[in-house]
Design a protein around this ligand. Structure first.
Ligand code: HEC
Length: 277
């Protein structure tokens, strides 16, 4: 193998290893908020499903998922689901979770069609991206719905959870100026740290949230709102692969079986090759 192919293989390998790390920032370069989905937390998934059906289903379908599967996996009794979570009397529990908005209408109203969200957390940036997106709406009077989004600039979706979260403003802050090595700089006369103004993604990357909640707006506190969008992101993490927990459970048995089987294959192999030296 030549040197060139060698270094190419190596860099491809390194890229493959670092792929999960590269997904941390969104397309707009805005750092994402941390969230760790938990599929064992059935209560969280149930709350997420409820929020989804109340606030998102009008525009975004979940066309690869059935109501009955959601109810069974999340432990929601069918009757409860039909009475409190399905609003269209023609919809039966075995139906796919589709909606009736036509793509043409939505293009006219929003300038873009709301995508199906069943597989969303697998296709785009994971549940962390969705979580950051739902926390990322801020006031912007230049946009048709009066809001913009930190991770999805100029998004065509209104902030549908604004009654819960309230408004946010995108503000700049003064933060300590750092040297190239990351050390703070002190003014030798005043002994104060030297500061500089930072905005947006740069500010966020330093661990300071550039979004400020507007006092007196929204029915939930910021912590309660974070819980709502956590549950929602957790739920869409579930819909992207409903079999995930089962797959992991079976995977353990498969590996145990292979380990067990290996012993006998090895012994058999030794038996066969006993005569060759
Ligand atoms: C009033 C209709 C409407 C409602 C309700 C709505 N959305 Fe949207 N959503 C849209 C439209 C339209 C777009 C496409 C925007 C674009 O591409 O500019 C969109 C885009 C999105 C995207 C980004 C898709 C991408 O391309 O990356 C996500 C994520 C999303 N919506 C999640 C939600 C969630 C979660 C809810 C419920 C809390 C919700 N939406 C409720 C209309 C809606």
């Amino acid at each position: 193998m030549s040197m060139i192919t060698d270094s190419r293989t190596l860099s491809a390998f390194v890229m493959l290893l670092t792929l999960p790390m590269m997904a941390i920032a969104s397309e707009s370069g805005y750092p994402l908020d941390e969230m760790e989905p938990d599929l064992h937390d059935k209560a969280s998934l149930q709350r997420g499903a409820k929020t989804y059906l109340n606030y998102c289903m009008g525009c975004h379908s979940l066309q690869y998922q059935r109501y009955i599967r959601t109810a069974d996996d999340l432990g929601i009794p069918h009757k409860l689901m039909l009475e409190h979570m399905i609003f269209d009397p023609d919809v039966r529990i075995g139906d796919l979770m589709e909606n009736s908005m036509s793509i043409d209408n939505s293009r006219n109203w929003f300038g873009a069609a709301p995508p199906d969200l069943t597989l969303y957390t697998k296709l785009k940036g994971g549940p962390q991206y969705l979580y950051s997106y739902l926390r990322g709406f801020y006031e912007d009077s230049s946009r048709p719905f009066g809001v913009n989004n930190t991770v999805f600039e100029n998004v065509g979706m209104p902030h549908v959870l604004v009654e819960l979260q309230g408004s946010q403003r995108y503000v700049c802050s003064r933060v300590p100026k750092l040297t190239e090595n990351g050390a703070k700089i002190r003014d030798h006369r005043t002994l104060q740290y030297v500061t500089e103004e930072k905005c947006g993604a740069e500010l966020k990357a330093m661990g300071v949230n550039p979004l400020q909640h507007v006092e007196g707006t929204g029915t939930l506190t910021p912590e309660e709102y974070d819980q709502v969008v956590y549950d929602l992101s957790n739920f869409l993490y579930y819909t992207a692969e409903p079999i995930r927990l089962e797959r992991q459970r079976i995977g353990v048995y498969v590996l145990l079986f292979l380990a067990f089987f290996y012993v006998f294959t090895y012994l058999l192999g030794r038996e066969y090759t006993k005569e060759f030296h």
